[in-house]
Ligand binder design. Structure first.
Ligand SMILES: Nc1nc2c(c(=O)[nH]1)N[C@H]1C(S)=C(S)[C@@H](COP(=O)(O)O)O[C@H]1N2
Ligand SMILES: [Mo]
Length: 235
C-alpha cells in the first residue's frame, strides 16, 4: 500500500524531524523521537492512547495517491442504493443543505502515519443514512469511489458521530488528491476505510470486502487493536 521506501539517509533525516521528500506527492514531516514519545502518552477521553500502537505522528497530511475521480461540485452525484426503502441521489447543493458538522480528528494510515487534529467539514454519515431508511436486512455499507475503489464497514458505523462525508479540509474545499468533491472520513478505523472521490454507498445484507480488504488488509481495521493484515488477526 504505497509504503514509502526511504533511503537510510532519508530515514535518519525523517527520524530527527526534518522535511523529507519521499517520492510521493506532498511532503512527509515526521516528529522527533522525543516529541513522539510525549504525544504517545496523551490519552483520549475514552482512555485509549491518543497515538495508536505502532503509529508515528506526521505534521502535514500525506497524499497517499489513488486514482482520482473527475467529478466537480457542479456535476457530483452520490447514490445511496441497495437494501434501503428510499434510494437517494444527492447533488452537492443538496448535501450542503443538510446539517453541517465541523470535525477535528486524528487519522491513522495503516502504513504507520498518524495525522493529529485534521480539520474537516461535512455531513454525518448518519444524516444521509437516516434519509434512505435501511431495511431490517441491511448489515453493511459498501462505499463506492471513482475508478472502482471500494471499502466496507458494518452499518453500525452510521451511528458513530465522527463518521462524515467531508467536502472541506482545513477550511478550504477538499483538494482533488484528498478526494474532492466529497470523501468519507471515518477516523476510528485505518484510513483506507475512508473512501476518497465518493460516488455511492451500497447497502448490503452480506459483507463485501473492498479493494484493500481483498488484498489481505484487515476487514475491521481498528488502529488500537493493530488490525492491519487479516492474515495475522482474524477479523
Ligand atoms: N478512492 C480511494 N480512496 C482512498 C484510497 C484510494 O486509493 N482510493 N486510499 C485510501 C488510503 S490507503 C488512505 S491512507 C487514505 C489517504 O487519504 P489522503 O490521500 O487524503 O491522505 O485514503 C483512502 N481512500
Ligand atoms: Mo493508507
Amino acid at each position: 500500500m504505497k509504503t514509502p521506501k526511504l533511503t537510510r539517509r532519508e530515514f535518519l533525516a525523517a527520524a530527527s524531524g526534518t522535511v523529507v521528500g519521499i517520492g510521493l506527492p506532498g511532503t512527509f514531516v515526521k516528529l522527533s523521537d522525543a516529541a513522539q514519545a510525549e504525544l504517545a502518552q496523551e490519552l483520549r477521553p475514552d482512555g485509549r492512547t491518543r497515538v495508536p500502537p505502532g503509529q508515528h505522528v506526521i505534521q502535514k497530511i500525506a497524499d497517499m495517491g489513488g486514482e482520482p475521480g473527475t467529478a466537480t461540485r457542479a456535476d457530483w452525484r452520490l447514490t445511496i442504493h441497495g437494501e434501503v426503502k428510499r434510494p437517494l441521489t444527492l447533488s452537492f447543493p443538496e448535501l450542503m443543505q443538510l446539517e453541517q458538522i465541523d470535525l477535528i480528528c486524528d487519522v491513522h494510515c495503516v502504513t504507520g502515519w498518524t495525522l493529529l487534529d485534521s480539520q474537516w467539514r461535512g455531513v454525518r454519515l448518519g444524516t444521509v443514512m437516516e434519509m434512505v431508511h435501511p431495511r431490517p436486512t441491511a448489515g453493511f455499507l459498501i462505499f463506492e469511489a471513482a475508478a472502482g475503489y471500494t471499502t466496507n464497514v458494518p452499518i453500525s458505523d452510521m451511528s458513530r458521530d465522527n463518521v462524515i462525508l467531508a467536502h472541506t479540509l482545513f477550511g478550504s474545499p477538499l483538494p482533488r488528491p484528498h478526494g474532492a468533491p466529497v470523501r468519507m472520513v471515518n477516523p476510528d478505523r485505518y484510513f483506507y476505510k475512508s473512501a476518497k472521490w465518493l460516488e455511492g454507498i451500497k447497502v448490503t445484507t452480506e459483507d463485501e470486502p473492498g479493494y484493500w480488504e481483498r488484498d489481505g488488509f484487515s476487514n475491521t481495521a481498528d488502529p488500537w487493536q493493530q488490525q492491519r493484515y487479516s492474515r495475522y488477526r482474524a477479523s
